[in-house]
Write a protein that binds this ligand. Sequence first.
Ligand code: 5AD
Ligand code: SF4
Length: 342
Amino acid sequence: MIFNKSEIIENLQGKNDPWLFAEADRVRRSVFGDEIFLRGIIEYTNYCKQDCHYCGLRRSNRTIRRYRLTPAEIFSAVEMVVDQKISTIVLQGGEDPHYSADWIADLIKAIVDKFDLAITLSLGQQNPEVLRLWREAGANRYLLRIETWNRENYCQLRPGRQWENRLNCLKALRELDYEVGSGIIVGLPGETPDSLAEAIIGLTELDLDMIGIGPFIAHPQTPLKDEPNGSITLTLRTLALMRIMNPFANMPSTSAMECAEKGARIAALKIGMNVIMPSITPERVKKLYNIYPGKNAASDDSEHSIAAVMEIIKEAGYRRSYSQGISPNLVRRRQGKTIKQQ
Ligand code: 5AD
Ligand code: SF4
């Protein structure tokens, strides 16, 4: 089902939440049944050359202790994922110039040579040659949030960056046959019902394989420290609308939900989200991946974060899947079915 802009705005304002949330879960069950896909996320560096106004890892934040995982630490995290029968890893980091494109390519090759894993990268905006190198090395998927659909807002919040370039990067990823994920932060300063509705329509038009959306959480060491957090209710409505309009996309219940409000990660699973991504970053540095307050703070070691995620799945009334969880949207695209029908 596709909503027009005024229908989206009405639903964002709470026109009929019981219907909206039930419909999102119905759509999710029609494609994914009661299964939840797991992704082990390894946050391998918290250095970043960017200065995004909303993010605690921004380069101007001098109060944060920076870290880089050693290759041995990355490998033992991957082994831990495999031991837990999770079949997808996400390599995430700030945009850290310390690592060359070749170094990352070698890391990807070393992982795919040894393990049967789907590899997702979340390594920021890169040029098409670099993305090709990593794709050829064996990476399958790429996450790059567009963050906001409001272009002026984007330029203010991401100094020196242009919205169109981010969009072009998403197009390049598609051309390179990556499974492509994007999304926004709900509740960034400057967002309006109109711009959020446009984001919902725009993201849907991108025909994404993965869609990651979470609420804004003000970080005390950033210029946005005094801004209000994004609303959980508005985020849930946004997620439900996105699920209904994108039945075949993999959509995580993000950790930002839980940081903003206890129990919100379960709530998101119940209204159509079908993915959960426990952090497998080693305990010695986990808390330092502090994009927003509360991120990685709750659980200590990786076994505990996986156990916590299992609890959440059970409590929400769903079942853990052991598959790599390729996006049905990508499968359909490869089969030449481009029309989003249910
Ligand atoms: N609140 C919520 N999400 C944030 N991100 C960065 N900073 C914040 C924040 N303060 C998100 C961005 C980024 C992802 C890794 O984390 O969308 O793409
Ligand atoms: Fe760096 Fe990403 Fe944070 Fe921006 S959002 S400062 S690119 S880690």
